[in-house]
Design a protein around this ligand. Structure first.
Ligand SMILES: [Fe+2]
Length: 378
């Protein structure tokens, strides 16, 4: 994998003038090979604000899966930098709306609900795009190969198993850095090292995503796959269970980890497979997740202490990190250019009053949601 970050970095040097604009955010000047984003990017609130405008307001974010909705009227609410709720409507389509309390300057009473762009893949993955303009980046262009990564899995066989959340004291990119390489695995994850052939762990960057794979030691013909979904998500599928890992940024130095886990429960019990197999899987992945979590908190303590400035990435073992960091730079760079041209901050997620004619005035949905039901009566 070529060091894609370098092209972006050179371009940055040409185009970015730090004297212009709001951002204390100093974009990195990566003049040497394979450098990481500077430590400032992992702890500076002004850079996090820039990322919210440049990335989280504009790209497609993996938020859920249709398996969480069993019938029309079911809905879920969540927060992924912005608060939202998703409803399965009477035609079995999925619609998403802003939680108004989070939308600055938007008149809920006057405008009703404000829709969020929604895309559901053939495998049932639900993506949201908070860009309030009518034409966000097309999903197929943004992710290209991603939906095909899951085409061989029958997700309908898996049932709800458990959800887990944890609040972490680290920047979202510290977790994503770790997710995008397995250089650290032999030391940090002894369980991984026992079950996977880590010498042959591969990371293949795709468009705004990455395919991770490693042969299983028990059967080298069988690959364990992990899928990275830019900017902050991971999807792990095994024959026994699968889960979405959402790394939800809360501030420059805090992050909420969310795991939605589903497992083959009924099929297993029909086949007489012991539930201990599931429990083993659960313990295995929870252990790996905790090891990463602790590692991230340790790394962030070092970053906060200001000792570390920038590091060097291994061009092969950390090609996934180079790839995703180059995407972060790309989005921040192009957004700052646009802000410099207009002379003000641009917040793509903020709906304009003119755009409100496109909003849904289903006030009944609002009131029923306020009552905290999990299902709406249509
Ligand atoms: Fe890890």
């Amino acid at each position: 994998m070529a060091p894609v970050a370098l092209d972006v970095a050179h371009k940055l040097e040409e185009t970015f003038q730090p004297s212009v604009l709001t951002a204390k955010a100093k974009l990195p000047s990566l003049t040497e090979s394979y450098k990481t984003l500077p430590a400032q990017w992992m702890r500076d609130e002004s850079i996090f604000e820039l990322e919210k405008r440049a990335i989280f307001s504009k790209v497609w974010l993996l938020t859920s899966h249709t398996c969480h909705f069993s019938k029309p009227g079911d809905y879920i609410s969540g927060n992924y930098v912005f608060s939202y709720f998703i409803i399965r409507d009477r035609d079995d389509n999925y619609q998403a709306f802003h939680n108004f309390d989070e939308v600055e300057g938007f008149d809920k009473a006057a405008n009703g609900l404000f829709k969020i762009h929604t895309h559901v893949t053939p495998q049932g993955f639900i993506f949201l795009n908070f860009d309030a303009s009518p034409n966000p980046v097309p999903f197929e262009e943004h992710f290209a190969q991603l939906p095909a990564e899951w085409k061989d899995t029958d997700f309908s066989e898996y049932e709800p198993y458990y959800n887990r959340q944890a609040l972490g004291n680290f920047n979202w990119k510290v977790m994503t850095d770790g997710y995008q390489e397995c250089y650290h695995c032999p030391i940090a994850h002894p369980g991984f090292a026992d079950s996977l052939d880590l010498k042959n762990y591969q990371v293949e960057p795709l468009t705004n995503s990455a395919r991770h794979s490693a042969p299983k030691k028990s059967n080298p013909e069988e690959m364990q796959r992990f899928t990275f979904v830019f900017p902050t998500n991971g999807v792990t599928v095994t024959p026994e269970m699968w889960y979405i890992m959402r790394t939800v940024p809360l501030s420059a130095t805090t992050t909420r980890m969310e795991f939605d886990v589903r497992a083959i429960i009924t099929v297993f019990s029909r086949k007489g497979v012991s539930q201990d197999v599931l429990l083993e899987n659960r313990e295995f992945f929870t252990q790996v997740q905790k090891e990463d979590f602790d590692l991230c908190e340790g790394v962030q303590r070092g970053l906060n202490a200001g000792v570390y400035s920038t590091g060097v990435l291994h061009p092969k073992e950390e090609n996934g990190v180079l790839y995703y960091q180059s995407r972060v730079l790309h989005y921040c760079e192009s957004h700052l250019e646009a802000e410099r041209r207009t002379g003000k901050e641009i917040h793509p997620s903020r709906p304009s009053q003119e755009a409100s004619s496109d909003s849904c005035s289903a006030s009944r949905i609002c009131s029923e949601l306020d009552e905290g039901k999990g299902t709406l009566a249509w």
